[in-house]
Design a protein around this ligand. Sequence first.
Ligand code: PT1
Length: 276
Amino acid sequence: MIWRTKNGELDLSRRALVMGILNVTLDSFSDGGKFASPGSAVAHALAMREEGADIIDVGGESTRPGAEPVSAQEEMRRVLPVIEAIAPEVRCEVSIDTYKPEVARAAIERGASIINDVTGLRDPQMLEVARETGAGVIAMHMQGTPQTMQRAPHYNDVVAEIGEFFRHTFQRAVTCGIAPMNIAFDPGIGFGKTIEHNLALLKNLAALRVKNRPLVVGVSRKSFIGKIVGDMEMSARFWPTVALTSYLRECGANVIRVHDVKPNAEALRMTEAILG
Ligand code: PT1
């Protein structure tokens, strides 16, 4: 399985990739503002690279439940200097976690090679940016918006509906002129989903594969873990996250989006040694 980005091709048939999270936000739920300056962001990106990250995912607007949106101007003020600083240094893919087409375009111009869109390419302009730039794209599923998505998530069949969303999004993207090879999908764990919805998606991950495209999954430190283990301390979520990484690999996930790169990369390598 090949995933094409603006830089070239990622081979996903041999092993799963680790996407390390680089938050450039003031209020992020688990790294709150720690990496706000370009200098410390570069250091954190390089550290994640050392620990085994294959992709660095840069985000300037938190999309966790209840987070407030920021303007495109503010988002660019946060992420562009960081992308410019890390892209020549990290020697790996850099993705931009944004749903705003103008932010995505500017980020690609400054060295990002993948667009990570939590709204699943909802905005037709985002399709245009993806086509014109040749960037890799992650189309993530979200029901609603970050402000309202956890109020009353509802599905008749969450697995079937998200599979349908992937198929529909694939058609829209290909019709717009985006190459199938550039597209990856993400079920959007925690985005307009109850605990039961999240668990159903994790249980049926293999059934979510559409058009033989890569599956990206992010569970790292999310609140459903705290609710299940019965401990809402953020630090109580690190070990269940690593366990989930091994499980996700066994289910066929191709890219795992995490905060803690080293333990999760090790979980992937260990699981792959067994799977062969
Ligand atoms: C994700 C993801 C993302 N998650 C992709 N991009 C976030 N492709 C940001 C909680 O319930 O899974 N895939 N970008 C962060 N989103 C959340 C959602 C963070 C829910 C926390 C929660 O705690």
